[in-house]
Design a binder for this molecule. Sequence first.
Ligand SMILES: Nc1ncnc2c1ncn2[C@@H]1O[C@H](COP(=O)(O)OP(=O)(O)O)[C@@H](O)[C@H]1O
Ligand SMILES: [Mg+2]
Length: 306
Amino acid sequence: MASAFPCRSLGERMAMSSFDVLPESQTLSVPPGSEPSPQMPVFEVRDVFYRYEGVTALEGLSLHIGRGQRVALLGANGSGKSTLLRLLDGLCFPEKGSIAFFGEPLNPNRLAQDEFSFAFRRRVGIVFQNPDVQLFNPSVFDEVAFGPLQLRWPKERILQRVSETLEQLGISHLKARPPHRLSAGEKKRVALASVLVLDPEILLLDEPTASLDPQSASQMIDFLVGWRGGSKTVVMATHDLDSLEDIADHCFVLANGRLVGEGSPQQILGDQALLARTHLLHVHRHLHDSGEIHSHPHRHRHCHEP
Ligand SMILES: Nc1ncnc2c1ncn2[C@@H]1O[C@H](COP(=O)(O)OP(=O)(O)O)[C@@H](O)[C@H]1O
Ligand SMILES: [Mg+2]
């Protein structure tokens, strides 16, 4: 059965966004006097079900994401991480259950309201796993300037923010290049720059280091760890257990669209049974001097001398 609320493409989302009808000064996220309490979760996901044309992706998922939390979504391929990120970004909606954003329902009716939609899009940014779905401008500069232009920022401000953001991500030298002719790692940085240029308060990242070479992956991690001194809310789907303690302070483990584990990176990394059950350990083969090949589940750890 087709889902009642199929995921929208970025282009459709742009078309339905209110960027072109509301001036930037109208950034009201919450009416004056009703600033949410610091305890109010950024996202509250309650008993959410989602299906793609008969394929169940999420099945009764409930979780909270607090303000300023850096959350890792862990789980095997197909466990529902990307679907959850799309739901949190309001690109698709639960078939059953609900999602609240700072206590306000995140549903098609709310997002059809310009005021709510505009405020939501200003506060939440998403970077997809595949940058090709995110990049559509003729040059890197145009790509990164696109959001600010839609918001009708003054020209000087656009030039300054784009140049700062390109600098931060180490891609200033690419600014005249067409995004679709860049390497996978370069495209990832451009996609991230096109979101960070607007300085979102909440960042949703789908496997930011996937398909990057080790050095680019490590630069990406360094950037994300240092971004705004860790003050922002970040929700990141990842398989990168090595960086977990650096990039996250809370983890949710998904399997078959359900929450099967939750805790600090230390707790999750210490739970070998959970990691094995959810296919997060990989098998390493060693050739011993005797000629015997021995394999066992393993994950990499790096130890630093004190
Ligand atoms: N566009 C789609 N059409 C049909 N099924 C999909 C689609 N996208 C994802 N799925 C299915 O939904 C489930 C969850 O997928 P996904 O959220 O992409 O998981 P993950 O990101 O953890 O790999 C999987 O069974 C997957 O095959
Ligand atoms: Mg995914």
